[in-house]
Design a protein around this ligand. Structure first.
Ligand SMILES: [Zn+2]
Length: 259
């Protein structure tokens, strides 16, 4: 059996007694990863979002500055992925179930003595559930609750940064950097749900008027972005920058919680 690289912070790797004796539960956040198991085009496994949550944690927690601390809850690996309905491999929690899972973790770590919870989220479809649930955690349990900020990758084309939203250059590059053996670049395609030069104000994302979409509506392959342009070097660079941003955010949560 293998525990993750951040075993010393991973709550499921501790005994009940160890958890009860942790000295910094008043300010050290419990980090909860929310991911997804959903289709990621013809070239990536369906576990990308769930796996990336673990990769980000490994990278970010090894960069925590002195004086910062945190603990890690078991991840919520299935997310609200109803936009990928109809692609085998996609598993879907309803928004109510996802909300209820997050609240359940918060309620119980609060009962153990923790007073701060931070979500690291790797699936965009979860965000409309996560944000109001964090406010409920604040009002119901009095906990400090935060969503860790993901850093937008630098150097993307305008087209890719606005409409490369799924299994495109960014996610494929991340996966090449952390799990090369699980990427089949020979099957990667470039497909977009909309074009920047299209003057229409109604688009699935990044438009004045947003239209609800499913992947089947806007993509044949399930890819939304330029997957063939991905490289491991870009992935590594974005991962290091993003992990440093996550580590800084966790450190700030610790600092403000101790004040
Ligand atoms: Zn994804």
């Amino acid at each position: 059996m293998n525990f993750p690289s951040y075993r010393s912070r991973y709550l499921p790797a501790m005994t009940s007694g160890q958890i009860s004796r942790l000295p910094d539960k008043g300010w050290a956040p419990v980090i909860l990863a929310t991911g997804a198991i959903e289709q990621h085009g013809p070239h990536l496994p369906v576990a990308v979002d769930a796996a990336m949550g673990q990769a980000w944690l490994s990278l970010a927690l090894s960069r925590l500055p002195q004086g910062a601390s945190c603990y890690v809850a078991p991840p919520i690996t299935i997310g609200k992925s109803n936009e990928h309905t109809g692609f085998p491999g996609t598993l879907i929690l309803s928004r109510d179930t996802l909300r209820s899972q997050i609240l359940t973790v918060a309620r119980q770590v609060h009962a153990w003595g923790f007073r701060s919870l931070a979500v690291i989220n790797t699936h965009g479809g979860n965000i409309p559930v996560v944000i109001p649930t964090l406010r409920e955690i604040r009002t119901l349990f009095g906990m400090r609750a935060a969503l860790l900020p993901s850093l937008p990758p630098s150097g993307l084309s305008d087209q890719e940064s606005r409409f490369g939203i799924h299994a495109g250059e960014v996610e494929t590059s991340w996966m090449l950097a952390v799990a090369r053996a699980h990427v089949d670049l020979s099957k990667a395609v470039c497909e977009y749900p909309a074009r920047v030069e299209d003057p229409s104000e109604v688009k699935p994302v990044n438009a004045a008027a947003l239209v609800a979409w499913t992947s089947r509506d806007v993509s044949v392959s399930g890819t939304m972005g330029d997957a063939p342009s991905a490289t491991a070097e870009k992935g590594e660079r974005w991962l290091v920058a993003g992990a440093e941003a996550y580590a800084a955010a966790i450190a700030e949560i610790c600092r403000s919680g101790r004040a």
